[in-house]
Design a binder for this molecule. Sequence first.
Ligand SMILES: [Zn+2]
Ligand SMILES: [Zn+2]
Ligand SMILES: [Zn+2]
Length: 464
Amino acid sequence: MPSPLPRVAVLGVSSTRFSGIEVERHLDIATLNEAPAYDVLLLDLPGARAGEALRGLRMDRRYRFSLIYCCQDSDAWCVALGDGAPPPDLGALAPLWRLWRERFGLFDRGVAPERFESRVLAWLWLRPHGAVHAVRDAGAAQHYRYPLLEALADDESPNSFAWLQLMTQQGWLEEGELLDRLRLCISCGSGRLNYVDVCPECQTLEIARQPSLHCFTCGHVAPQEHFLKDGLLLCPNCLSRLRHIGSDYDRPLENYRCRGCQAFFVDAEVEARCLDCGHAHAPDKLRVREVRHFRLAEAGRLRCRQGYATAAVEAESFGQLALLSQSAFHELLNWQLQLVRRYKQPAFSLLGLRFVNMAATLSALGELRGHALVDSLVERLQEAVRDTDRCCRVSEEILWILMPHTDAAGLAVVRQRLAQGAERLASEQIGKLQLRLAGFTAPADLLEQEDAALLLARLNGELG
Ligand SMILES: [Zn+2]
Ligand SMILES: [Zn+2]
Ligand SMILES: [Zn+2]
């Protein structure tokens, strides 16, 4: 049976000849839209126009996830929304498209991506180098936009920056290249700020640089022209004649004068004035934000493959353990380490759990029994974890539990309880799921100079 070939359309008027695969030409987007949906599109347009066309096509449900290549140059929007340049031999489009189609069928076990979150994950998962690209836009109040998120938003209008942060905390996306660091108004969030020098006393704009002199005899400081009399330098206060700089007088550091309150000062104060809401802020009070590209993280990829619903339910079950984000957990652990270094007590313990073969077991069990397994796991954990403990799930397999006020004996009790739970699970014959534990108690097991990251890495080694 011959492999199916994709239906390919070219959009554009140029005279480029395409060989290697059959294509249908459309001169503009209107005639393209009238035709039944194609499998692959080639945009034979200059970069800016291709970017515009892509924006429309990604909002169109028929072409939202499709492979769309840009044949001419690419602008930032093309990079953010397109699939790059087509392969030199268009015959290669067929296997690329078959791969794409296979993945599309696999996504979430065949469920079409309905929600915004799953639309974005699906889009990324369908392309080997898919990323959520930030694009600079001088017209935007925050200077950068995420075209992909805008195009896939439909009626929802999530705040791109907040949404990306949430996805990263949950582990679905990971941070890519850092593009920029912005300073934003804390009143309205705008990045359109004007930095002005003002008087540190009365905050007026009316300040000027004014060379001045300082009389050593009486200490008087005044603008230079007040000292000039008939071509000589005379102190206007004590009338001494100033001959030698360094012994009679010098130039004070205060070089600015306020025309409002007459204050003399060394450095003007800088104020960030928001051009959108009019509020003024000290520069160090502004909100700092990093602008990055984002990629699909390993956990996100797994979620696309294994099914969105399973992952969501699993996240919900584990959610009962009051999970902390990785950064929050690191912070908390560092704080505990500082406390125990300084005061030697109370002791605290840290336990790492690794569920070996978790992913394989879940997919072998199927959806329903998989849920049941996760639920019983969480139940066992809840028996072991106390209200005051804090947990962090860093991957599908690994969970950390931080137990304040718990010494080695306390840790041993928890370990024993968990081991019993694991035995019960094993007796219920659930696949090859295995529990590995790595424990730590401070200050006894504390190594010099070890911080949260180093400690977790050391215990991670024990988890194998
Ligand atoms: Zn002033
Ligand atoms: Zn003087
Ligand atoms: Zn503002």
